[in-house]
Design a binder for this molecule. Sequence first.
Ligand code: 3PG
Length: 416
Amino acid sequence: MKYGIATLDDLDVAGKVVLCRVDINAPLDPETGGLRDTTRLEGCAPTVAELAGKGARVVLLAHQGGDLEYHNYASTEPHAAVMSDLVGRPVGFIDDVVGPAARERIAALADGEVLLLDNVRFVAEELTLFERKLELTPEQQAKTLVVRKLAPLADLYVCDAFAAAHRSQPSLVGFEQVLPSAMGRLFEREYENLSHLREEPDRPCVFVLGGTKIQEAFPMMAAALRDGVVDTVLAAGLVANVMLAARGVDIGAASMEFIRASQLERFVDESKAILADHGDTVVLPVDLACVKEGARVEVPVGELPAAELLVDIGHDTVSAFRTAIGAAGTVFVNGPAGVFEQPESEFGTKAIWQAMADAPGFTALGGGDSVAAMNRYGLAGRFSYVCTAGGAMVQFLSGKPMPVVEALRGAAARFA
Ligand code: 3PG
């Protein structure tokens, strides 16, 4: 047991049917339908291999894409072959989730065999729109189709889908109500690393917050500042632009219009409150960059406004940030420092990521764009910890309850 949740060490899985919920949701190649990134499959492969290696009959449940962002909503069939390579044994696939065909295959599994079911979100009750609209209790989730049809065939439930731990959906919180349940190895590792970051980071602890997802960056920053977790916040990307505006800097009409059009104006007011309480902890850029007639132009903050959109941090800011990162015991980065997909505005992100890769402290990175930047600059393997989660990581670091964590804890108490 760890954190009040059972682990794989607490289960005897040999000869048992184990329903294992994984998060192998991946970006797909629009032309071929193949997986463009297999990081999440690599993340949960050790759990699948361990279960099968111990003689379990493993049924993998997973989603691909979602209803909120409909692109990538597809079958999990291509994932089976990739998973098979990763675990070094065949992973079967069936284009069914709860129907008779799936149930027959599950009933016929042999010890050590692995079967991946089709996209669990093809079943209506798994949809996020459904989750948001109905807000079912965990007890109600246990009465949904997926749980009613599959739980009777299974002995145990394992959740390794940390990246979906912020979702209250049947395949994630329903089985814990009716089956002895545990977290998988990836779930355990993510929980451990993020708890370390949230509760006992090596000091000084530095957060580098950038990107355009201010709705995510702000709750993480507010919780870390409130709880005294972070010693220094280095603001970059749109987070910095909003905070500069809050400090009364005229960042220019183009950048202000971008903030307004993205409906992020309310964060200017939120920033004012944060800066009033924690002004010494939050470090804002001293220079920024825009692109003028195709060329990068850097502007000291004192010489703003700029007519063009501010799309990166400048050299002086990078130097100061680099020093803070090099001296930190812990550095966590979420969100690029600028529009790193364009050569004129990638300098800040590239330099910060490189500084983290070279830093002696514990370096943690999370979020889709941040991972994409790491891969773009060939820095995979150079960070202490790369989180496979996006929204779930944000919710965890913001100190909000996680439905799957609560469901697993409930199961640990119920089936002790
Ligand atoms: C993710 O991509 O963050 C997870 O797979 C969860 O996906 P969701 O946001 O569609 O629930």
